[in-house]
Design a protein around this ligand. Structure first.
Ligand code: SAM
Length: 262
């Protein structure tokens, strides 16, 4: 660990197995000239390999001690380091400054994985793709299909914006310190023109949250504060169904109908 005591509050489990470092960077396939942004470079396992292949990297690290070590190890011409909180980082601004969409890479701190994915989804117009490593269960939820146990708010909110591919599992032994759970690497690619058009994004988000707030509730009850059973029927949705039974397109249709009807 080269003298660094891992900080649990920053979700620090460092990748220590070169085999998985290579597999992740192979999956990214970074090229010189691309705007590559690593979230949480930590001790630099992925950072070094990304720089070796692409020549230059942007990175966002919240831990001051690690940021200082990274500055010592990598020159400014190779690594542009933002000592910042990725949850508040303005990805849209960086992309605008560089006049190119960003490629995001990260062995993400597991304690903030969902809010970070939502923050990235909010900046989607500035992203080319994401390669992220997360707890295996979180990746299963991201990629889950309707009427399966893993399908929920995270699945709908992300699948409305991204095509999501599970790439491979990374076992606890690949990290130091080893986490208690398996991890998985996922690729998220913005749907672009294939993305469903949302008349009111925040209404869509509120409906999805309400539909899954209590999984076992049928929709006529779960969405009672938002719409009547007739609104559900008019959108082609059975009021007796549960949120977990609706496809992403069903949520989109309902939200757009309610937005249209005011
Ligand atoms: N990328 C390194 C690796 O693969 O070994 C470290 C991964 S470790 C799971 C997560 C990293 O994200 C740590 O370096 C941690 O300090 C950093 N981090 C945690 N919260 C962060 C935040 N809000 N913004 C930026 N970096 C953060």
């Amino acid at each position: 660990m080269q003298g660094h005591t891992p900080r649990r509050r920053f979700g620090q489990n460092f990748l220590a197995d070169p085999h998985y470092v290579r597999r992740i960077v192979d999956a990214v396939n970074p090229q010189p000239g691309e705007a590559l942004v690593e979230i949480g470079p930590g001790l630099g396992a992925l950072t070094a390999e990304l720089i070796a292949r692409a020549g230059h990297l942007y990175a966002i690290e919240i831990d001051r001690d690690l940021a200082a070590r990274l500055r010592e190890r990598f020159s400014e011409t190779r690594l542009t380091l933002f000592e910042d909180d990725a949850l508040r980082f303005d990805f849209t601004r960086l992309s605008a400054e560089l006049s190119t969409p960003l490629r995001i890479i990260g062995n993400l701190p597991y304690n903030i994985s969902s809010p970070l994915l939502f923050h990235l989804a909010h900046n989607i117009a500035s992203l080319r793709d994401l390669h992220v490593m997360l707890q295996k269960e979180v990746v299963a939820r991201m990629a889950a299909k309707p009427s399966t146990p893993d399908y929920g708010r995270l699945s709908v909110m992300l699948q409305a914006k991204f095509a999501i591919t599970r790439l491979f599992i990374v076992p606890p032994g690949a990290f130091s310190p080893a986490p208690k759970v398996d991890s998985a690497v996922a690729r998220l690619t913005p749907l672009g023109e294939r993305a469903p058009q949302l008349a009111d994004e925040s209404l869509f988000a509120r409906l999805v949250a309400a539909a899954f707030a209590q999984r076992r509730k049928i929709l006529r009850n779960a969405l009672a504060a938002h719409c009547a059973p007739d609104d559900l029927r008019a959108a082609g949705i059975d009021p007796q169904a549960r949120g977990e039974n609706l496809a992403v397109d069903d949520f989109v249709r309902l939200a757009n109908r309610l937005a249209r009807d005011g």
